[in-house]
Design a binder for this molecule. Structure first.
Ligand SMILES: CC(C)(COP(=O)(O)OP(=O)(O)OC[C@H]1O[C@@H](n2cnc3c(N)ncnc32)[C@H](O)[C@@H]1OP(=O)(O)O)[C@@H](O)C(=O)NCCC(=O)NCCS
Length: 249
């Protein structure tokens, strides 16, 4: 519920980016592997596809690096636990009595991994490559809410693709911030995009959330990737900074 008293203070979100190819340099791979727990290393070794192994390795290493930028905790000390819908959260070290809990969210796209970190609040991130093979119009018609499908339909070529991926990443970032996975129907919430305003969310009647509680930020990374961040600020402004790690720096 919108609460004017909660307006004080800006919510900071740090987004860290790493290149998946970092996992191919033997020195970096060994350094990243040393950051993982025994369980994570065992999972890594069991994965059959190299791409899945790289994602797990770089994702976990990046999350530890990102969290250690926010707290004086060595990267290898962080522990994670997945919630009911699979969303990993920090399980240790636990925050001290005066410290807010750190929250994070990871996303993978061809070639890149991103990790968003915020204090206490729900945060979600999604990155996508602007894949020219994706049938944007058909996917929007099938999965998006009618106002979003109409917005995609009204464009063509590169502008249509840009609009589709902008909406896709925003929807996914919101779902990931909620942490409920695909139990939320994709056509029950939608985004309005305007050239000079931040993205705004709207909900279908009866949908249990408050649009005023959320802030959304979208960024283009080079010509090939787009990224969206969703953060439940409770009405406060959000500030999103992006920094690169490893060979992506
Ligand atoms: C699992 C899901 C949360 C994201 O999956 P995805 O888009 O394939 O992948 P991403 O790379 O963006 O995110 C994966 C990361 O999200 C995190 N994650 C897993 N479950 C999560 C959940 N319930 N909520 C938030 N984050 C979650 C994990 O850290 C995971 O990475 P890891 O396995 O290396 O730890 C889920 O939303 C999903 O399956 N989406 C399907 C895609 C889709 O249909 N999107 C429609 C958008 S319009």
């Amino acid at each position: 519920v919108y609460d004017p008293a909660a307006l004080a203070g800006t919510v900071d979100v740090r987004v860290h980016i790493a290149a998946v190819a970092d996992a191919h340099a033997p020195a970096a791979r060994d350094r990243y592997l040393a950051l993982l727990t025994d369980d994570e290393r065992a999972r890594h070794a069991r994965l059959a596809r190299e791409a899945s192994r790289d994602q797990l390795l770089v994702g976990r290493a990046l999350a530890r690096h990102a969290l250690s930028r926010a707290r004086p905790v060595p990267p290898e000390a962080w522990r994670f636990e997945a919630g009911r819908h699979g969303r990993p959260e920090v399980s240790a070290p636990a925050p001290g009595p005066a410290e807010a809990r750190l929250r994070f969210n990871l996303s993978h796209a061809a070639g890149l991994v991103v990790c968003a970190v915020a204090e206490e609040v729900d945060v979600g991130v999604d990155i996508e490559g602007l894949d020219p093979r994706r049938p944007c119009q058909a996917l929007a018609a099938r999965f998006f809410a009618p106002p979003e499908a109409a917005a995609v339909d009204a464009l063509d070529g590169d502008r249509q693709r840009a609009c589709f991926f902008a909406l896709w990443t925003l929807k996914e970032a919101y779902l990931k911030a909620r942490g409920l996975g695909l139990s939320i129907a994709l056509d029950r919430f939608w985004f309005q995009l305007a050239p000079d305003a931040p993205p705004a969310i709207a909900f279908a009647p009866g949908f249990d959330d408050d649009p005023q509680a959320w802030r959304f930020v979208q960024r283009h990374l080079g010509a090939d990737h787009v990224l969206a961040v969703a953060v439940r600020t409770g009405g406060r402004p959000a500030r999103v900074s992006v920094e690169s790690w490893g060979a992506a720096a």
